[in-house]
Design a protein. Sequence first.
Length: 320
Amino acid sequence: METHELQIAIEQMHERWKGATAGEVATYIPELGRADPDKFGITLATTNGHIYQSGDSDLPFTIQSISKPFTFGLALEAFGAKRVAQHVGVEPSGDAFNAIELQNGSNRPHNPMINSGAITVTALLHEKYGNETFDMILERFSLAAGRPLSMDRAVYESEYRTGHRNRAIAHLLLNFGMVHDAAEEALDVYFKQCSILVTCRDLAVMGATLANMGMNPITRAQAFDLATVKCMMAIMFTCGMYDYSGEWAYRVGVPAKSGVSGGVMAVVNRQLGIATYSARLDPRGNSHRGIEVCAELANSFGLHAFDCLNMGSSFLDTLL
Ligand code: GLN
C-alpha cells in the first residue's frame, strides 16, 4: 500500500525539525523541568478516524493549559453561556498566561484560556460538582481521547507545592467574588486537571473530536455538546496561544491551544486534529517546534481558515 501523503509530510517535518534546539523547558513547576527537551512527536487524527504519527507521539506528558478549552466547554454545558459570561470574558488579553490582572469594571478574567480565567471556570465546575469535579473532568477528557486517562501525581504535587502565583490569582478572584468560597479546593482541581497525562495521539484525537462536532471519530462517543464545541473553538481561535494568539491566527489560522509542558493541539474544523509535543518553549510559553510544524502543515495543506491562494480545505478533503 502506498504511504499516505499526510504521513509522508509529517515524517519529513519531523526530520526537518528534530535537530532544532531553540527554546527552554519550563522549570517554574519543578517536575516539568525533568522533561527530555529532545523528545518530539507529531500526530494527525482525521474526522474519519485515520491516525498519522511520527516521532515520540506515544510519549505521555501533562496536558497543562490544553485542558482549558475543554473545561470551558464543560462549564458552558453545566451553566449556559449567560452564567459563565458573568464570571469570565471572551476577550484576548494580550498578556502572559499567568498575568495577575482582571478586566476593568467587571473584574472578570479576560478569557478562559489564561490561568485566571481557567481557575474561574474550574471553580464554577467545583461549585456544582464538589468533590466529584476532578473525576467528572477526567471522565469527559477520557471520552474525548477515547481511552481512560490518568493523572501524573508527581507533577500535581510539584505544582500544588509551588503554585504560589496561581494561589494568589485564586485569592484575587475570591476577593472580587468571581469564585466561590472554596477557592483552595477549586485550585486543587485546577492543578489536577493540568496534570492529566496525554500523548500526542490522545491530543490529536481530542482535537479531532472537536473537529467532528464533539463526537470522538474513532469510538463514536459524543464527548461534548454540539452547541459548546463552537464556543470552545472560537475561544481557542482568539485566545488559545496566549499573547501569540493574534500572530498565530495570522500565520496558522486555525483554533489551537498550547500548554507549558510542550503540547500544542490544533483543530481544522470538520477535518483534522493536529497535536505536537516538544518541551522547548519560546518566551511566551508556546512550544517552539510545535508552532513551526503547525505553520508548515497549514501552509502545505491550505489549512488556514482564510486561505484562498491554494485549494484550501477542499484539497485536504481529497486526502482524507
Ligand atoms: N499548570 C500550569 C499553570 O497553571 C498551566 C499553564 C500553561 O500550561 N500555560 O501555570
